[in-house]
Design a protein around this ligand. Structure first.
Ligand SMILES: [Zn+2]
Length: 635
């Protein structure tokens, strides 16, 4: 699978089983809660209880104390019609904004708290941060909120943020939560009362999992949340989870959502993740979180880290709420896994551990609120020089039949006209020089004159501009003369096969390998191809939106044997799975360069289920950064 990362040794903190509830202090005096409604971790003795009304009383008290800044409604009230969980519980929506400021023009931010019952971090941090915001807004309007501490971070007074941002928070799984109430036995449930995992219920592109689980949007909670969210239209969103181990050795493991991200979206995501990481670090410091108290001695934990979901938890899936937030709702989304906020040890309250979770969540929500205001300034201008790309007119489309297995009864699959060429169209909008589209019949001696870089993504010999088969020998001669004269040729995916025709290595040295997720294993982060690439990077394309199946590995990766590559004079920058398979590299030929990237822009596939259409491309933030560096490369 992916790169090997250190496993965290953890020491569980033994806490006595709580004899009483949390406490929560809706009414004055609040001395038992240190003057707050929801006390700090050190004063708490248990998780906020659901069925005895601690949450409901607490958030209602917050609204009563700060009606200008807090509004609490059930989904039933918000939607004007009884809307309950599978276990017949009301679902609450808490809104924080300055209700005296005009609603028009405000940015909505939606936060999903603890959709998996045992993963309490989101809810515990969420309720406390709601209270922080309301109190600051009322008592310290000049209190500064920040999205992070990076040089490009933004800081604004709370009074201004709440005039511009409308924050919505909800826990859509009260059944899973209530199961963990002390009076109910204290065993939180992942799913709702029907036992359904609600975080597999959301329609996402390339839905590849039809069999063996309930279909998307078949449970009452996601159906209701979809209605609420479509009315709210969030610009920014997050879904907060918990994990038992951290591949990145971080307390807050932030995850980029899967989907089709153009260069602007990639840049926005990268900035949001980097900001959020620094904001969690800031909150760990200001809240006095001592990592040694929560992680055993020797465990080198950091407050926060970011990567793709696959690089954080080791798997991808269809139906994640976070992917849906971005793909279907159009919000900037960042999901978070909180270390040790899971089955174990989350049946008992460990103050130092929950203090860390609460600090994380405070930092995350605040970062996203400010990001909602700041993100519009992200307008990348990419200096890639004069770049051309080989055009492939073929599209993968429903017109030729649905493809793949028959859709379940009652479902009419979404249409699509998918082509990886859309990546170049979208990239061209953000480059200082527009990209040149080149047909296969234009690739001949002199045909690429004037270009610094020529890219062939995946298929090396697509149809020509008249729909005919190209003259491959003529194309190869054109490519050779381009490189020898100093051109920068970039080959991705299947186009790696061209190394044989270009006389770089023998055909037997090139092969296609199949793995679970599009990824590489980077060896040299100091290489020019790795400029600005974060050191957690491994995944280069999201396979699910392209329709690649999850139950069995199906994602294509093209590799060159290391021996042949390095013997030919090639430099290895990343391998794929086995160190002998080169997946990213560069070789100098004549006065020019050939760069290879074996897993970036494969054509989408119709072979498996894909109820919600297929993406044109699904390049990750790191994949896009590496690709840009390859195109900008000059000898
Ligand atoms: Zn979860």
């Amino acid at each position: 699978m992916r790169k090997v990362v250190g496993c965290t040794v953890l020491v569980l903190l033994v806490a006595a089983l709580p004899a009483s509830a949390t406490p929560v202090c809706p009414d004055e005096p609040r001395t038992a809660c240190g003057g707050r409604i929801f006390p700090e971790a050190d004063t708490s003795t248990a998780f906020v209880q659901h069925d005895i009304g601690e949450y409901e009383d607490g958030i209602n008290a917050l609204e009563r104390d700060h009606p200008r800044f807090v509004k609490v409604r059930t989904f039933s009230e918000f939607l004007g019609k009884e809307t309950l969980s599978a276990g017949d519980r009301e679902i609450f929506l808490v809104e924080i904004t300055d209700f005296q400021a005009p609603e028009k023009g405000k940015d909505a931010v939606a936060i999903s708290l603890s959709v998996h019952g045992p993963e309490r971090a989101g809810l515990e941090g969420g309720v406390r941060y709601m209270e922080d915001l309301a109190r600051w807004a009322a008592d310290e309007p000049d209190h500064m909120l920040a999205n992070g501490t990076e040089p490009d971070s933004t800081e604004l007074p709370v009074s201004e943020v709440l005039k511009k941002v409308h924050l919505y928070l909800a826990n859509i799984n009260p059944d899973g939560w209530a199961a963990g109430d002390i009076q109910n036995g204290g065993a939180f449930m992942r799913g709702n009362a029907n036992g359904t995992d609600l975080n597999r219920q959301f329609p996402t592109m390339g839905w590849t999992k039809v069999s063996g689980r309930p279909l998307p949007m078949s449970e009452p909670e996601p159906i209701a949340w979809n209605k609420v969210i479509r009315r709210i239209q969030p610009k920014v969103a997050a879904d907060l989870h918990g994990e038992l181990t951290s591949a990145q050795n971080a307390f807050a493991d932030m995850m980029y959502p899967a989907g089709q991200w153009n260069p602007v979206e990639q840049a926005q995501q990268e900035r949001a993740a980097r900001h959020m990481q620094s904001n969690v670090e800031r909150y760990f410091e200001s809240d006095g979180v001592v990592l040694g108290d929560v992680a055993g001695a020797g465990a080198e934990m950091k407050p926060a880290e970011y990567a793709t979901g696959y690089d954080v938890v080791g798997y991808d899936d269809s139906g994640f709420m976070g992917d849906w937030f971005t793909e279907q709702i159009g919000a900037l989304d960042m999901d978070v896994e909180h270390f040790l906020s899971h089955m174990v040890p989350n049946s008992t309250w460990s103050a130092p551990l929950e203090k860390a979770h609460i600090a994380s969540v405070r930092g995350e929500i605040e970062s996203l609120m400010v990001e909602a205001i700041a993100m519009d300034s992200v307008r990348p201008r990419l200096r890639l020089g004069k770049v051309g790309y080989l055009f492939d007119a073929r599209v993968v489309t429903k017109r030729d039949g649905y493809g793949g297995p028959k859709p379940p009864e009652g479902y009419s699959p979404q249409g699509y006209r998918a082509t990886r060429m859309a990546y170049f169209r979208d990239l061209s909008r953000r480059t200082t020089v527009p990209l040149r589209k080149v047909w296969s019949n234009e690739v001949r001696r002199g045909g690429l004159d004037g270009l610094d870089t020529f890219v062939i993504a995946d298929h090396p010999f697509p149809r020509n501009s008249k729909g005919g088969k190209p003259d491959s020998a003529k194309m190869v001669r054109g490519l050779k003369s381009f490189v020898r004269a100093g051109g920068n040729l970039v080959l991705t995916d299947r186009a790696t096969k061209l190394l044989k025709r270009l006389d770089v290595v023998k055909g037997s040295a090139i092969s296609k390998k199949i793995y679970g997720a599009g990824h590489i294993n980077i060896e040299d982060f100091d290489d020019a191809y790795m400029k600005k690439v974060h050191t957690t990077a491994s995944q280069t394309y999201y396979e699910v939106p392209l329709g690649y199946q999850l139950d069995q590995d199906s994602s294509p990766h093209w590799v060159v044997t290391r021996e042949a590559w390095e013997e030919a004079g090639g430099t290895t920058i990343a391998y794929i799975e086995t160190e002998t398979d080169v997946g990213l590299g560069r070789i100098e030929v004549g006065k020019g360069t050939i760069g290879i990237f074996g897993a970036l822009l494969p054509q989408p596939t119709e072979k498996f289920d894909h109820l919600y259409g297929l993406a044109d491309y699904a390049v990750t933030v790191a994949g896009g950064q590496i690709f840009n560096n390859m195109m900008a490369h000059r000898r």
